[in-house]
Design a protein around this ligand. Structure first.
Ligand code: ZN
Length: 242
């Protein structure tokens, strides 16, 4: 059984389509780690496309904001504009889909959480000390998270600390017997200064993991964002990957 591991699509249909085309026939089911909407111009289209495939999905902080579960004051000005537009654009069907998503769950040997196992909607697992603390908050061997938009692997050491590893792209890597927190990166808004869409393939029979990147027509998404009046900063950033 192979899983397409994706996170933080953020209503960027062109990026999502590019990932599906690039990984075509190489997976059996999608595990999506949350933030389906927010920032991008295609929230309903992304919900519909995800629902065309067999999948498990989590809810992220942007999904919560659009559903009015979070106070808009907790977002910066540009993100607030994006959330407000998304609320107005979301169909009843898309809203109903987002309403029923959990923010964390356990599948096979994996805990899935949008942000972190400790705080599934909010915490950014960027630094080793935060990763080290979070190993205490899940019981499976591996945990998959999104939210930071940064592909990375943290390995738990025997002394309780965590070691970060940069992703090895286009290399099928055996999963070690140690405990890991893995982030596949973001499909629709990468923030590691590489604007290509990020995703991963997990094979739970051979127990391997592969980080991948794929180009997508960024200008298609940017034009749609300009047409609906998204802030310039949000339009520009996806071209630079931050
Ligand atoms: Zn996000």
């Amino acid at each position: 059984m192979r899983f397409l591991i994706i996170s933080d699509i953020h209503a960027n249909l062109a990026a999502f389509e590019a990932v599906l085309a690039d990984a075509k026939a190489e997976w059996d089911k999608i595990w999506f780690l949350g933030d389906l909407v927010g920032y991008g111009p295609d929230p309903n289209e992304c919900v519909a496309l995800l629902c065309e495939h067999e999948h498990i999905s989590l809810s992220g902080n942007h999904d919560w904001a659009v559903l009015e579960r979070l106070d808009l004051e907790s977002f910066n000005g540009d993100a607030r504009v994006a959330v407000t537009w998304t609320r107005s654009a979301l169909t009843e069907e898309s809203r109903a889909y987002l309403e029923q998503l959990p923010s964390n769950l356990i599948c096979e040997h994996f805990t899935l959480a949008h942000a972190s196992p400790r705080l599934p909607v909010w915490e950014y697992v960027i630094k080793p000390d935060i990763a080290a603390t979070n190993f205490k908050y899940f019981e499976t061997q591996y945990c998959l998270v999104g939210h930071t938009h940064l592909p990375i692997v943290f390995e738990q050491r025997s002394n309780g600390r965590a070691t970060p590893y940069a992703p090895l792209y286009e290399r099928v890597v055996p999963l070690p017997r140690t405990r890991l927190i893995i982030n596949p990166g973001s499909v629709g808004q990468p923030r590691d200064h590489d604007p290509r869409a990020a995703y991963a393939i997990l094979d739970v029979v051979n127990m391997t993991w592969e980080h991948r990147r794929v180009d997508y027509p960024i200008e298609v998404t940017q034009k749609k964002m300009r047409d609906i009046g998204m802030p310039h900063r949000l339009v520009d950033r996806i071209e630079h990957g931050w």
